[in-house]
Design a protein. Structure first.
Length: 260
């Protein structure tokens, strides 16, 4: 292991820094590939925009006809940025994310008149195969009855040349098959409980939005050094690290030290 460690150190020391140069102002770059409120106001009709905002803020249903207008605006925004494909992006119970890609391309029944087509039906729902099920390797692919459904509370975004549409993943009978649905249910429960508490102080409170604060410290490990650590490769976390500081031996946050 010491030889591998020395080789990893040598590789890390000889690695050249990646040069990156910003050509635009940060305010211009930030959120430029996200179908956020600014983009929706530009590419959606007023009724379609109000429908999306109502679904985000109040959980109201979006009419299928308005879903067609939303899909049309989203497609035009994506095509203007060089996008060629779209995907329903979701988090199944397999430990990784999953995607189902399709092209903005469709031909007529006789093979003529190709068009970039993307309607409300493609936006709202898709059907991935059995590989996304928790026990996908056990069942046959054709027996999969799971569906991805568009989650308007998370904005669509562009990755490379693909429009990524955040979705939830549910079974044919309605069971949650992903990590997103439990999160949305928890947020709804917190909103309901917190709103009731806030109304003791202000009767005008109608909604409480929960947010997530990121940890301020990041520890970047060179790829070569990470590959020389069996615990990182097998478990994805540090199992061997520095001992806890004096007086903090029973503190949970020092159980796995990331400062090794």
């Amino acid at each position: 292991m010491s030889t591998i460690r020395f080789q990893a150190l040598r590789e890390a020391a000889n690695r050249k820094a990646v040069h990156f140069e910003e050509t635009n102002r940060k305010s211009t770059i930030f959120g430029s590939n996200v179908f956020n409120e600014k983009a929706m106001k530009q590419y959606l009709t007023s009724d379609a925009f109000k429908a999306v905002q109502g679904a985000i803020e109040h959980g109201t249903k979006i009419d299928r006809k308005l879903a067609d207008y939303i899909a049309m605006g989203m497609k035009e925004w994506a095509l203007s940025k060089g996008v060629t494909h779209y995907t329903h992006w979701f988090q199944p119970l397999t430990g990784t994310t999953a995607e189902k890609h399709d092209a903005f391309f469709e031909t007529s029944y006789d093979g003529s008149d190709p068009v970039e087509k993307f309607g409300g039906a493609q936006l709202v729902q898709q059907e991935p195969d059995a590989s996304s099920f928790p026990n996908g390797g056990i069942r046959n692919t054709f027996e999969a009855r799971g569906y991805t459904a568009w989650d308007p509370t998370s904005p669509a975004f562009i990755y490379g040349t693909t429009l990524c549409i955040p979705t939830v993943f549910i079974s044919y009978t309605g069971e949650a098959l992903d990590n997103k649905i439990p999160l949305l249910r928890a947020l709804a429960a917190m909103d309901e409980a917190a709103t009731e508490v806030c109304r003791y102080f202000d009767k005008n409170v109608k909604k409480v939005t929960a947010t997530l604060g990121w940890e301020q410290e990041y520890f970047l490990v060179d790829k070569a050094l990470a590959h020389s650590r069996p615990d990182l490769m097998m478990t994805g976390r540090t199992l061997l690290g520095h001992t806890s500081a004096k007086g903090q031996q029973l503190d949970d946050r020092n159980k796995f030290s990331s400062r090794s």
